[in-house]
Design a protein around this ligand. Sequence first.
Ligand code: SAM
Ligand code: SF4
Length: 341
Amino acid sequence: MNAHAPVAAVSALVDRFGRAIDYLRVSVTDRCDFRCVYCMSEDMNFLPKRDVLTLEELDRLCSAFVALGTRKLRITGGEPLVRRDIMHLFRSLSRHLDSGALDELTLTTNGSQLERFADELVACGVRRVNVSLDTLDAAKFRAITRWGDLGKVMAGIDRAQAAGLAVKINAVALKDVNEVEAPAMVEWAHARGLEMTFIEVMPMGEIEGQRVDQYLPLSQLRADLARRFTLIPSMHASGGPARYFDVRETGGRLGFITPLTHNFCESCNRVRITCTGTLYMCLGQEDAADLRGPLRQSDGDHLLNAAIRAAIARKPKGHDFIIDRTTRRPAVGRHMSVTGG
Ligand code: SAM
Ligand code: SF4
C-alpha cells in the first residue's frame, strides 16, 4: 500500500466539539531580527539548529495536513523571512495551490525582509500577507521592537503592494505606548488601501516588566476610535477571530482581535506547529503533541497521520487567558514566537 494515501481516501480533521480543523499555522523558526517587548525578552535562548525541522521535513508535515483537509497555511515564526532558504519551502508548498488542494498560502511577518522577498512570494502563489506594525513613529518603533528599523518595514510594505500583495497591518494595542496613535494608524493604513487590525496583548512567556502594564483592553480602544470615526459593524468574516467594522470616514476595514475581552474559541478552526514539530492545539493551553518523532520514524505518513488525529481529538474547548494585578504568571510559559502568532 502507498503510505502517502490519496487525498480522497482520508477523512478531514474534526475535533470532539465538531470544529473542522482546516487552518494550519507553521512557525518555521523561533529566531527573529527584532525583540518586541511584548513578545520576547531581550536575552532569548534560541533552539539548537539540530532540534529544528529541516525545510524538507516542514514540507512533509504541511503536506500531511493538506492531505488531511487543511485548506489554509500560514507561515510564521519568529520571523519566517530570516530562515535561510525559506523561499524553497514556499516554492515547494505552492504545488498544493496549483493542485487545488490548498486555498491559501500566506505569511505573517515583521516586514523587515519584505522588500527583498515580496516578488518571490507572489511568484509562489502568495496573495496576502500580514505585516505586524505597532507604531508609525520611528523612535517608538525602535523602542517597541528593540532592534527594528521602521524605514525598512515601510520599504517592505511599499514593495509588497507594488508586487500586488494585499497587505494587512496588525498592531498590538499597548497601553500608554501606541493608544494615542491608533486613529492616525487607521487613517494611514486606509489611505494606502491596507486593512488594519488591532490585537490585545496575550500573557505568553516571561518578559521584562508586567503584562498588566502593557495590556490595553480593545473595548477601550474601540470606544476611543468610535469617538473619532463612524464604525459600522461589517458582515466581513475572515474565518478567524477578528471582528470587523467599516470605517465610514476612511472607507477602509478595521478589525479587532480580542482574546481577553471576547473569547472566540467556539469557532476555532486552527492548530499551530512549532519549528520543532510540536503541535499545539490551542494558543493558550500547554497541551501539545510531538509530530517530529512520528515524522522521523517512518518515510510513510501513517504514524504521522495517527499522531495528528489523536492530537486533534484532544483539542481543548478554549483558552484561559487572564491579565490582572493578581495573576502574575503567564497563561502559558512559551513565547508567542515559539507557537507563531
Ligand atoms: N515575526 C512575525 C511578526 O511579528 O509578524 C511573525 C511572528 S509574531 C510572534 C506574530 C504576531 O504575534 C505579531 O503580530 C506579534 O505582534 C504578535 N504577538 C507576539 N507576542 C504577542 C503577545 N504576547 N500578545 C499578542 N500578540 C503578540
Ligand atoms: Fe519577532 Fe514578531 Fe516576536 Fe516581534 S512579534 S519579536 S517581530 S517574532
